[in-house]
Design a protein around this ligand. Structure first.
Ligand SMILES: NC(=O)c1ccc[n+]([C@@H]2O[C@H](COP(=O)([O-])OP(=O)(O)OC[C@H]3O[C@@H](n4cnc5c(N)ncnc54)[C@H](OP(=O)(O)O)[C@@H]3O)[C@@H](O)[C@H]2O)c1
Length: 262
């Protein structure tokens, strides 16, 4: 098991332009690491680069576009080999069950699952190169704890994050013999532009800075499953592991509460 970020490292970070990713970028820059930052919004990437032009390079891309990500791959190759790829870009669109919409579910899956998978396709050969140089290498996948309980309206988002958890654990098994560490980050509610759109109570909400701190601490300690805040994730695990019939009753009651229907 390797510990990361103890010394200046080269990090590729997706979803760096807002929320958890932006907070991660700012903290990593402050700690002296070098970053390649990815997102769709060039102006927000430039703002990060302005913090330290020598250590921050921008690599704009839409992670739903394989060609744009291939160009990021070339940018990664033009600098120091990356030690860590943090794949954090994601979206969340809730379903209105009255208007079941496969496109909406597809957008959650395309960005969260396939966007991460396309990014792994770029990261993995580069992390293998880092391993060949005798250095530790890590793939960090930002999932969610949301899928541990069947929340109403979260069919698309929850399914995408459940898929990411399986993907991360399966990759961890496959990559163990190459010595590439795979981390899965499963946050509870974090205050970001993504959750600012939510119209329901978000218990134990933490700030993006706090979330970034927990991710960085988890990487430093080599904790492969980084879950926070504990009060939320432990409660959710407990509820999600109750007998299914009980889980179904609670989930349906919560769905009625949020929709206002009986
Ligand atoms: N906030 C929470 O409570 C919470 C809880 C659990 C898990 N998460 C996960 O944490 C991650 C970050 O979420 P956040 O809350 O920080 O959301 P956010 O503030 O909306 O940030 C999302 C980031 O992803 C990027 N992104 C989205 N779609 C993209 C695409 N197609 N191509 C490239 N970049 C894309 C955005 O950049 P551009 O707009 O510049 O492209 C932005 O930097 C997501 O994976 C989310 O599912 C969040």
């Amino acid at each position: 098991m390797s510990r990361f970020l103890a010394e200046p490292s080269n990090v590729w970070l997706t979803g760096a332009t807002s929320g958890i990713g932006e907070a991660l970028a700012r903290q990593l820059i402050r700690e002296g690491h070098s970053l390649v930052v990815t997102g769709r919004r060039q102006s927000a990437l430039d703002e990060l680069a302005s913090l330290d032009a020598a250590r921050v390079r921008t690599a704009p891309a839409d992670t739903t576009d394989t060609g744009e990500l291939a160009r990021v791959g070339s940018i990664l190759d033009s600098g120091e080999p990356i030690d860590i790829a943090i794949l954090n870009a994601g979206t969340c669109e809730y379903l209105d069950i009255e208007h079941f919409d496969s496109e909406l579910i597809g957008r959650n899956i395309d960005t969260n699952v396939m966007g991460t998978v396309r990014s792994i396709e770029q990261a993995l050969p580069r992390l293998r190169r880092t391993r060949r140089l005798g250095r530790p290498a890590a793939l960090v996948i930002v999932g969610s704890s949301a899928w541990w309980f069947p929340f109403a309206r979260a069919e698309g988002y929850g399914a995408s994050k459940a898929a990411l958890a399986y993907l991360a654990h399966s990759l961890r098994a496959d990559l163990a013999r190459e010595g590439i560490d795979v981390f899965l980050v499963s946050p509870g509610f974090v205050k970001t532009p993504l959750t600012d759109r939510n119209d329901f109570p978000m218990p134990f909400l933490v700030t993006a800075d706090n979330a970034a701190k927990r991710v960085i601490n988890g990487l430093k300690k080599g904790r492969h499953d980084i879950e926070f805040p504990r009060r939320f994730t432990w409660t959710l695990r407990l509820l999600g592991n109750l007998p299914q019939a009980l889980v179904d009753r609670m989930a349906a009651a919560m769905a009625r509460d949020t929709s206002g229907n009986q």
